[in-house]
Design a protein around this ligand. Structure first.
Ligand SMILES: [Zn+2]
Length: 132
């Protein structure tokens, strides 16, 4: 497979641009903070903006349902459509998380694209059984 230059270039740019956060402790805590900020931006689509709505109830799974059927049975509990402002906020937060994920890869000397390929191949090989 052709090496993905965009992902490699992104990882390289992060290594060149991220000057202040070089410590593994900084990167681990920033990456964790990004996860929380993503979650908060999603919550705010419901509680502040209102473009999204969360409605929950117990998923009822028929006894004869196959693992493949679950994709259509399991509910996301999320309704609505992101407004442009919420979409932009969430994209910024996910982008920031990707920077610190790339920084983590750099410190550990692992290639982000190689990880994506391995995970993609695992998902294709194991199908529905991969992430249950
Ligand atoms: Zn919104």
């Amino acid at each position: 497979m052709l090496k993905d230059l965009l992902t490699d270039e992104f990882q390289y740019t992060v290594s060149e641009q991220l000057i202040c956060s070089r410590s593994i402790l900084d990167i681990l805590s920033k990456h964790q903070e990004c996860g929380a900020r993503i979650n908060r931006s999603i919550v705010k689509t419901v509680t502040t903006c209102g473009c999204m709505k969360i409605e929950t109830k117990k998923n009822t799974i028929p006894k004869d349902a196959s693992l493949a059927d679950l994709k259509n049975i399991m509910d996301s509990h999320l309704y609505g459509k992101l407004c442009p402002q919420c979409r932009e906020t969430i994209e910024i937060e996910i982008g920031r998380a990707m920077v610190y994920l790339a920084a983590l890869c750099n410190l550990l000397d692992v290639n982000l694209f190689d990880i994506i390929i391995k995970e993609h191949n695992k998902m294709k090989l194991l199908g529905h059984y991969n992430l249950t």
